[in-house]
Design a protein around this ligand. Structure first.
Ligand code: SF4
Length: 333
């Protein structure tokens, strides 16, 4: 096991030199003693600084269709199986989605992500997302991400043709652990969707959720699956247990464990857009500012079914730590 400060820097050197971390090294990051956490964060920050400088990319979510998903992911309050009291509503209108993009744009967001709680996009829902995307692209400079469930190639090509830049579909956890948290579709269905999105010309936003009860090995396995898939963007969510879901009583991860997970995802996937995603405020609490050292992006203005700390506090956090909101440039992932 790696235990000295210098060794964390050696891992950063390795990442920066383009060499791949081994699984044992990734495990060591997750097992980093708390006394060495600052040294580990510094090592991960060196890699983040190399690829992203002090920029923080802001992503804004739009829950376009809520609480109606037939799948049974045990962490998700939008599953029809959950007794969570989450708001249920049908697909929002094109105008509502465009209005959401205007607001995201005004906040300086680089990505606007429209999300539906569905098994996959079809029919009028798909037409609505495509039309909203076309109108947003005509009106403003913002990248569009869509998260609509499982894809086939025909649908993926339709989305790409409409102007969707990036498709989100998380693997959620390791191949081995996946069947413990979802039984209505398979891990490979998710892998297939990510590959289809990329083959259709969209970037892949694909990460997962930690703190489900999985082992450190599962977190490492997820990071390595993502590296193999070559996904452009990795949201790292921290379970914020939702009442009415099967995982309602799972304890939240402590801040140091969350930070070690972010460092591991950064060092295994050095050049990728690593996001401190859902559960940031609930799990990292007063330590969330440290997430900016391994991660280069965050969601602002809340999540799909829970509120965040709000845009003003997010900006204050970014500025207080000496980071800055990233400006959108055409080559941005
Ligand atoms: S597929 Fe997505 S929306 Fe549906 S239950 Fe799973 S995580 Fe929730």
């Amino acid at each position: 096991m790696i235990t000295t400060t210098t060794d964390w820097n050696e891992l950063a050197d390795k990442s920066l030199a383009g060499a791949e971390l081994s699984r044992d090294e990734a495990m060591a990051v997750l097992q980093c003693p708390n006394d060495e956490l600052l040294a580990l964060l510094h090592a991960a920050f060196r890699v983040r600084l190399h690829f992203y400088g002090r920029d923080v990319r802001l992503h804004v979510l739009q829950n376009a269709k809520s609480g109606t998903c037939p799948e049974n992911c045990s962490f998700c309050s939008q599953s029809l199986d959950a007794e969570s009291g989450t708001k249920r509503y049908p697909m929002k209108s094109v105008e509502e989605l465009v209005e959401g993009a205007r607001r995201a744009h005004a906040l300086g967001a680089s990505k606007y992500c429209m999300v539906t709680a569905t098994r996959g996009p079809m029919g009028r829902d798909l037409a609505t997302i495509c039309e909203a995307t076309r109108r947003i692209k005509q009106e403003m400079n913002i990248k569009i991400c869509a998260s609509l469930g499982l894809l086939n190639m025909e649908v993926a090509q339709e989305l790409a043709a409409a102007g969707v830049d990036r498709f989100n579909h998380n693997l959620e956890t390791s191949r081995e652990y996946f069947s413990k948290v979802c039984q209505t579709h398979a891990f490979d269905d998710r892998v297939s969707t990510v590959k289809i999105a990329k083959a259709a010309g969209m970037e892949a936003c694909c990460g997962g959720i930690v703190g489900l009860g999985e082992q450190f090995e599962d977190r490492v396995a997820l990071a390595f699956e993502l590296r193999e898939l070559g996904v452009e963007s990795i949201p790292v969510n921290f379970l914020d247990p939702r009442p009415g879901t099967p995982l309602a009583n799972v304890p939240r991860m402590v801040p140091a464990e969350c930070l070690k997970a972010l460092c591991m995802f950064r060092l295994v996937n050095p050049s990728r857009d690593i996001r401190a995603a859902g559960g940031r405020e609930a799990c990292l609490k007063e330590m969330q500012i440290f997430a900016l050292y391994p991660a280069n992006s965050i969601f602002t203005e809340g999540y799909l079914t829970t509120d965040g700390q709000g845009y003003k506090r997010d900006i204050a956090m970014i500025e207080d730590a000496g980071f800055r909101v990233a400006e959108l440039v055409e080559s941005d992932g």
